[in-house]
Design a protein around this ligand. Structure first.
Ligand code: NDP
Length: 329
């Protein structure tokens, strides 16, 4: 028995390392649960892997795809009967283990999250790693006592995947959001579609700044790192909290202890890949609550598995607005 999958081989040994292959079930489906993949999504990390632009893949050959939603078709666990829907993000899938860009997926039980009934399979795919990361960041702000009354929240990389979800979730929860964006065409999207209260050009925070600045925000969700993160720390009000999610501007962080020891600022990191199960479940439940009141406004394009390589190129060129959902069967 075989199924269709995107199949990556070592780019050092192969001129066309990414292509669609009929793969043998017996060699790939070796974990206790088998899912028929309904949707996967194409993330920046997947595009890097497909085009061998960064060392995302830890062993070849491998099926890429860092998130997926599917239906159980074979199971060794009574908790996961045939027909149940599951979502999987992170845990090293599409990096170390075979991922979701295929018709079938092989999973460990501990990777599977039940899909709340308020979340449709397509919305689960749309949320994927980006939405989960944003929700984990919002939960952190709440846990740190940053409620809407404390003041506005800054979101950097606001028109990207994590930034869009962060902006939308915060606005829905009643926060005032300052969307920090370098996209000159995103004004209507950020203000009207996602509900941001104001926009700040990315350039205002992207260069090195003073170690302490006027206090502007009660908290921040940062998707870009580097000088932007340093400036957010410097401009967060006393007892505020900054949540670091990403590094679109860069991995480096040059700051001082001033925000921490003079304003009690907290800096919290998010790792959605190995995030513990209870926190993941809480994040998906919050999405269920939000989606029972409002539709997801994030734009997306739905593509077939055989279009993923071309769309990976467009994603890397920055030519994509919104999320890319891959309909695998
Ligand atoms: P996207 O590419 O969708 O969004 C990133 C956004 O950052 C862009 O849309 C842009 O927004 C902004 N940006 C891009 N380049 C720069 C730059 N040079 N300087 C400042 N801002 C820039 O990526 P995602 O939203 O999917 O991911 C965002 C970050 O989060 C990435 O670094 C990713 O690796 C990381 N990530 C981390 C996870 C975790 O578990 N911690 C999980 C998922 C992603 P705009 O045009 O609006 O300025």
């Amino acid at each position: 028995m075989t199924f269709n999958a995107l199949w990556l081989t070592d780019p050092k040994e192969n001129k066309t390392p990414a292509k669609i292959e009929q793969v043998d079930e017996t060699t790939v489906l070796q974990l206790p649960i088998t899912l028929r993949v309904l949707y996967s999504s194409l993330n920046y990390k997947d595009a890097l892997a497909l085009r061998a632009k960064a060392p995302v893949i830890r062993q070849f050959p491998l099926i890429p795809g860092i998130d997926m939603i599917g239906e159980v078709v074979a199971s060794e666990s009574s908790e996961w009967p045939i027909g149940k829907l599951a979502v999987v993000t992170g845990w090293g899938i599409g990096e170390q283990y075979h991922g979701g860009l295929a018709e079938k997926f092989s999973a460990k039980v501990e990777w599977l999250t039940s899909l709340p009934e308020e979340i449709s399979p397509i919305n689960a795919a749309l949320i994927g790693t980006a939405g989960l990361t944003a929700m984990l960041a919002v939960l952190q702000l709440e846990q740190q006592g940053i409620t809407p009354e404390k003041g506005p929240i800054a979101v950097s990389g606001a028109s990207g995947g994590v930034g869009s979800f962060s902006t939308w979730i915060l606005a829905k929860l009643g926060y005032q959001v300052t969307a920090i964006s370098g996209d000159p065409y995103a004004e209507e999207y950020l203000l009207e579609t996602l509900g941001a209260s104001s926009i700040l050009p990315r350039s205002e925070l992207s260069a090195s700044g003073k170690m302490l600045q006027a206090e502007r925000w009660a908290g921040a969700i940062d998707c870009v790192g580097n000088h932007t993160l340093a400036n957010l720390l410097a401009a967060t009000q006393r007892n505020g909290c900054v949540v670091a999610c990403g590094m679109a501007q860069g991995l480096e962080l040059s700051t001082s202890v001033a925000p921490f020891i003079l304003r009690s600022i907290r800096l919290v990191g998010i790792d959605s890949v190995y995030c513990e199960v209870a926190r993941r479940n809480a994040a998906w439940q919050r999405f269920a609550t939000l989606l029972s009141h409002s539709p997801l406004p994030i734009p997306y394009q739905s593509i077939a598995l055989n279009q993923a390589i071309a769309f990976a190129d467009r994603l890397l060129e920055g030519n994509i607005c919104g999320r890319i959902i891959v309909k695998t069967t």
